[in-house]
Design a protein around this ligand. Structure first.
Ligand code: ACM
Length: 551
């Protein structure tokens, strides 16, 4: 009898452990309690949705099931026993955290209830994380749990540079799906660069017919060892942009477009040389002729990586151009924020330009940093007049911050600290933690920009700098992973560079700081990487070889 009881207890414990082993949710929920039993999803399980707004979440789940488990569920309007029910609360007064959801799975069914449609959508992401990774039959066992969950930060972003290398709409959608699966909510789309202008602007067709193409690309690490001599380029039509914005919105992701100014403007200048302070001056090309392909006269789209002197001239011609471009951008992107760049703008051309020097004299502008500030403030005024806000890289602090600007802190945390102290909103993207173009491994086999940012380092990030008071900390909206693609030519490389670092960042941004625990996370990542295999995405398989060698 005793032995039977012992065996039973052993069995029960094993079952519980096995069940718990399946409860590895990234990002870690705020409150999770394990209950007894399981719920089994089969093709007969109904998905109950009584409110059209919840169809986005239901459809996302069905698409996921279809893609990875080869069946989907019938969507029903009225409650039925043994179903998955999605229900978004309706409030007369806005709740404290609109992204909150509760999740309850028990043998008789699953209930997901969000404070908003986004909240319910996050409940679905939690359900996805509870699905077995290796499904062999149409029987998906979900552990019984009670979860109450909400994000720590309102801005949870991923960036992608499509200027250095272009990525298809299909890949952009895959990228957005990944963002959604980790309960992140912002896609920062870096659309214009020295090496290519990537968005159709109807009033300025040469931006894409000329600016979207370069005559070659350097080979190897900048400045390069040679040039491949291949014409390279592409761009998104406005129809494609609308499609992506809608696709993201269906996943509760805001797309923030970035139109770079006044620097990183070579491609626009190649299309419309009048945007330069020196329209007749040839684009300087490398002394080593092997590094350049094609014409060396006139204005050229850049073929190497770096920072270039020929930037937008702060002339009426340029402002008129930018306002027209921004009109089309604001029509395409409903986001509250428009990112206007502002980083890495050398001042050499402005210093040499009689026009700029005269303008500075007239306006009482004391140096070229202030001239950049004048530039950004003028653009901010225009964007504000259309009811939108600007985000700029932290260089926009130099020479005086535009009155309503949000600062993206990339050169460390200093810019973010200063901006928050000046009562400006801040998004943290400091290179040491948030630059996913850095090598993910100490011994990196692939070509990258350099650096070393293993997943553990990303996980260790605390977005609120300790220098800030509790009051100032409120200006930190969140953080973002930046993906600059000089050394990422193909989607597979982007996947490799973001996974699993993006999983780590999602937990930094969502979970309460006191819930963060590297050892737990490491265990969860082992399952997460199995999920990557299910998705057939590339990832850094050596992620845990570095685990104890960072910091
Ligand atoms: C940047 O990395 N230049 C913002």
């Amino acid at each position: 009898m005793k032995k039977t009881l012992y065996l039973f207890l052993l069995f029960a414990t094993k079952m519980l452990v096995a069940q718990n082993a399946n409860i590895r949710i990234i990002p870690e929920p705020v409150k999770l309690t394990v209950q007894k039993g399981i719920f089994t999803i089969t093709p007969k399980t109904a998905l109950v949705v009584s409110d059209k707004g919840d169809l986005h979440a239901a459809n996302f789940f069905n698409q996921y099931l279809k893609k990875y488990y080869h069946f989907q569920l019938q969507i029903k309007e009225h409650p039925t026993p043994g179903s998955i029910t999605i229900h978004t609360k309706k409030f007369i007064k806005a709740p404290n955290n609109p992204e909150f959801y509760s999740f309850q799975s028990k043998p008789s069914g699953i209930d997901i209830s969000g404070n908003s449609y986004a909240g319910s959508f996050y409940g679905i992401q939690t359900l996805i994380q509870l699905l077995p990774v290796n499904a062999t039959a149409n029987q998906l066992n979900i552990a019984a749990v009670n979860i109450e969950d909400q994000p720590r930060f309102t801005y949870r972003g991923m960036h992608l540079d499509v200027g250095r290398h272009f990525f298809s709409v299909d890949f952009i959608k895959e990228y957005i799906d990944l963002i959604a699966l980790y309960k992140m909510n912002t896609f920062h789309w870096h659309l214009t660069e020295d090496q290519g202008w990537r968005i159709e602007i109807k009033q300025y067709p040469k931006l894409t017919s000329v600016g979207a193409y370069r005559n070659g690309t350097i080979i190897g690490h900048a400045p390069g060892t040679a040039n491949d001599g291949l014409k390279y380029g592409d761009y998104y039509t406005q129809e494609q942009i609308k499609e992506v914005v809608q696709y993201a919105a269906d996943r509760f992701i805001t797309v923030i477009p970035e139109i770079e100014m006044p620097g990183h403007a070579s491609a626009a200048i190649a299309a419309y040389p009048e945007l330069s302070c020196f329209p007749d001056k040839n684009t300087p090309t490398p002394k080593n002729k092997n590094l350049w392909s094609g014409d060396t006269t006139g204005k050229q789209v850049q073929q190497s990586w770096g920072v270039f002197d020929d930037v937008f001239c702060p002339s009426d011609y340029t402002f008129h151009f930018l306002e027209n471009v921004l009109d089309e951008i604001m029509e395409l992107f409903p986001s509250k924020y428009i990112h206007i760049g502002g980083d890495e703008c050398p001042k050499n051309y402005w210093k040499a330009s009689p026009f700029c020097q005269q303008l500075m004299k007239e306006k009482g502008i004391k140096d070229e940093h202030e001239l950049q500030s004048y530039f950004i403030q003028r653009i901010e005024k225009y964007i504000n007049s259309k009811g939108r806000q600007i985000i700029g890289w932290d260089e926009i602090l130099e020479g005086g911050l535009a009155p309503n600007a949000t600062v993206m802190s990339w050169r460390g945390e200093k810019g973010g600290i200063e901006a928050a102290q000046q009562k400006h909103n801040v998004i943290m993207t400091p290179g040491a933690w948030c630059y996913f173009d850095h090598s993910p491994n100490k011994q990196e086999d692939s070509l990258t920009i350099g650096g070393y940012t293993p997943v553990q380092k990303v996980y260790s990030y605390e977005p609120v700098p300790k220098e800030l008071s509790a009051d100032e900390a409120k200006y930190v909206l969140g953080a973002q992973g930046n993906v600059w693609t000089e050394y990422m030519q193909y989607p597979t490389k982007v996947e490799y560079m973001i996974l699993p670092r993006m999983s780590a960042l999602s937990e930094v941004l969502w979970s309460p700081a006191n819930k963060k625990n590297w050892n737990n996370f490491e265990n969860k990542l082992i399952k997460d990487t199995k999920r990557y295999q299910l998705w057939q995405v590339h990832f850094n398989e050596k992620w845990n070889q570095n685990a104890n060698s960072s910091n």
